[in-house]
Design a protein around this ligand. Structure first.
Ligand code: FAD
Ligand code: DLZ
Ligand code: SF4
Length: 527
């Protein structure tokens, strides 16, 4: 073995780097090089990921190793239960280097700052040179985003997105946006028509390899969150392609109309169900956008649907990744609204009378799938966590735990930025705080809820309403000068001082009654 490895390159492929054209595999010599893939406890437990997320990653890694081996590549694959497994990526890199005289290690930029730090430290002490390559699977490199951000006072997705449209030529008509407008969001806010239900969706039947990974996770991570029974995520490029093709063919045409709509017991609506696959590398984001554009050009889907869908990937996904790498590690500490409460238990158990929250968190269906669509994450659980004043660390831990597509580089700018304004306005120009009226407008939740969505105060009134004005009052000093909040603050000012104090007290009672008490560590230390 040692002789065979003389001068060979050791190439690391992480669990979310499962792409045939990964930069780190570009000049792979199948007769000589070794690809290292390792299932490790450190990655599987740095948060208590949903069981489906771990099973998805292990199953997809195993399938990718088989795929490489079929090309004649030598893969050193370390299973999670291998007795000599060191438990960390860096430990496995060192152990692989001990196998023989490699000439160098090739890494591809990793997604999360935490692991990037560990890999940089490894590079500093490794016995051979370590080359780290740019992750070209993103449409905008970290450097390009940094240059775009450099001379701007504010970072706004909309302007970044326009630049990405020009760069890629997606939905362009010469120098102009297709149809004359960059953004068709205003047409994408319909509430689900009564009687209309979303179409059945293609779920992926677990292969024997996936079933084995599911069994391993059930055995080795019994105390992690979530169920494995309804696992239906694609684990190979072919399975992911089938889900994408079905979406483009049957679902995309109505994506725009119902993009922001929610309905009880309907987790999928008209969404793509592709985030797990793009984040793992089973689908290429630019290719997905080009394919969606082709559907429009062929006249099979309207512009509002296709532009809305492409904006999520070319705009939001790339923007969030750019912001993350521009701002970490400091971004991980942001808490601009000084949120100081614990996350109420019902975020885990789903035991709440709030029909909207119960559906998003824990109706057996959504929880069973480790999925919620965007507007549920943003306007139900995110909006509530912000108005309750839940500490951003607890919010992040929850989002990282419950969703199969969660990675810090995309989760954190969405939670600290878009959903809770903990970043103080890097991602969004104002907090997305909303009362029950918004949820009532966009869903069918309120009809069956114990709370009255029209009620303003008292135990029977919708908690979102009871929290809304108090949230603004509590954050008056921080938010009053935000131009986009001028109107609600004018209304609040019109209430007069004593009514404002009442609203603040009502919100505080609501926070406590929902279990958003002060964090223990913030409580005054005993004398
Ligand atoms: P679709 O609605 O069909 O959208 C298509 C694709 O666009 C998605 O697959 C995704 O790749 C991309 N996209 C859409 N919205 C966003 C966004 N805001 N940021 C980045 N990409 C986006 N997405 C993750 O991939 N991982 C996360 O951990 C994650 N955490 C989130 C937390 C909060 C608080 C919020 C508000 C959003 C979060 N999102 C996250 C974004 C979004 O909710 C999911 O990408 C989407 O719900 C995935 O389902 P889909 O593939 O059906 O998406
Ligand atoms: C998320 C995850 C999990 C659960 N397990 C592994 C693993 O065992 N081995 C691995 O290489 N990657 C895993 N991952 C993905 C990594 O956490 C991910 O590559 C980093 O967080 C960077 O995005
Ligand atoms: Fe949610 Fe309030 Fe509507 Fe109940 S009344 S479903 S709590 S928005």
């Amino acid at each position: 073995m040692t002789g065979q490895l003389d001068g060979a390159v050791l190439r690391l492929v992480l669990g979310d780097q499962l792409s045939d054209d990964l930069a780190g595999l570009a000049d792979l010599d199948p007769d000589h090089d070794v690809v290292l893939m390792a299932e490790v406890r450190e990655e599987a437990t740095y948060v208590r990921h949903h069981k489906q997320k771990i099973a998805l990653i292990f199953a997809a890694m195993r399938a990718f190793a088989v795929r490489l081996e079929a090309r004649g590549v030598c893969v050193r694959y370390v299973r999670i239960d291998a007795p000599e497994n060191t438990g960390s990526i860096v430990g496995e890199l060192h152990r692989a280097l001990d196998l023989g005289p490699f000439s160098k290690v090739v890494l591809t930029e990793c997604g999360e700052w935490r692991l990037a730090q560990a890999l940089a430290a490894f590079a500093g002490v490794a016995s051979v040179p370590v080359e780290t390559r740019e992750d070209r699977r993103f449409i905008c490199s970290r450097d390009r985003f940094r240059r775009w951000a450099a001379d701007r006072r504010e970072l706004r997705m909309e302007y970044f997105y326009r630049e990405m449209r020009r760069k890629t030529g997606l939905l362009m008509d010469g120098p102009d946006p297709e149809g004359g407008r960059w953004n068709y969001d205003a047409e994408n806010r319909r509430k689900l028509t009564r009687g209309l239900r979303p179409p059945e969706r293609l779920r992926t039947l677990p292969s024997p390899l996936t079933r084995e990974a599911i069994a391993d996770v059930a055995r080795l991570f019994p105390d992690h969150f979530g169920d494995l029974e309804a696992f239906g995520w694609p684990t190979t490029a072919e399975e992911a392609e089938a889900v994408l093709a079905d979406f483009l063919d049957r679902i995309l045409p109505a994506f725009g109309d119902w993009q922001d709509a929610m309905a009880e017991g309907e987790p999928w609506m008209w969404h793509g169900l592709i985030s797990t696959s793009i984040n793992l590398g089973l689908l290429d984001p630019l290719d997905v956008c080009r394919r969606a554009e082709a559907v429009y050009r062929e006249g099979r889907a309207p512009l509002n649907a296709v532009e809305g869908f492409i904006r999520q990937i070319l705009g939001w996904r790339e923007f969030m990744r750019g912001v993350y790498w521009l701002k970490v590690p400091e971004y991980r500490q942001r808490n601009a609204l000084d949120a100081d409460r614990v996350l109420p238990w019902f975020y885990w158990s789903g035991e709440t009378d709030m029909a909207c929250v119960a559906d998003v968190v824990a109706t057996s269906r959504t929880n069973a799938y480790a999925y919620a669509h965007h507007i549920q994450r943003l306007m139900v659980t995110g909006n509530l966590a912000m108005m309750l004043g839940v500490h951003p660390d607890a919010v992040d831990a929850w989002y990282m735990t419950v969703y199969a597509d969660a990675y810090e580089w995309v989760e954190m700018p969405n939670t600290r930025g878009m959903a809770t304004f903990a970043d103080g306005g890097v991602v969004g120009s104002k907090p997305y705080a909303a009362s029950g009226a918004y949820i009532n407008r966009m869903s069918d939740y309120c009809g069956a809820c114990r709370y009255d969505v029209k009620g303003k105060s008292g135990d029977g009134a919708c908690p979102f309403n009871r929290l809304y004005w108090g949230f603004l009052e509590r954050n008056r000093a921080r938010l009053r000068d935000n131009i986009r909040l001028a109107m609600p603050y004018r209304t609040l000012d019109g209430f007069g001082e004593s009514q404002r104090a009442t609203l603040l007290a009502e919100a505080e009672r609501t926070r406590l009654s929902l279990g958003a008490v002060l964090r223990e560590e913030d409580a005054a230390p005993p004398d």
